[in-house]
Design a binder for this molecule. Structure first.
Ligand code: SF4
Length: 76
């Protein structure tokens, strides 16, 4: 199955929660800093990095389009 890299620039996230409304299954706000967090994604240097498969793509695209800061990038 095809995989896609997802990179989220957490430094630009302001915790509005719009992505969570778009896709509650994957997008959450952290209890620690109130900003975007995703299970199984790695956080490094202010970035969240992870890999998704084709079945997850539609949810991630919906969330990416909903983010007012455009911080959710999917590499295709
Ligand atoms: S929609 Fe964008 S700015 Fe808002 S919480 Fe999600 S990632 Fe952060």
């Amino acid at each position: 199955m095809k995989k896609y890299k997802v990179i989220i620039d957490k430094k630009k996230c302001f915790g509005c929660g719009t992505c969570q409304l778009a896709s509650e299954k994957y997008f959450k706000l952290s209890d620690q800093d109130g900003l975007i967090t995703i299970d199984n994604f790695e956080e490094k240097n202010g970035q969240l990095n992870g890999e998704i498969n084709e079945n997850e793509l539609a949810d991630f695209e919906k969330a990416a389009q909903s983010c007012p800061e455009g911080v959710i990038k999917i590499q295709k």
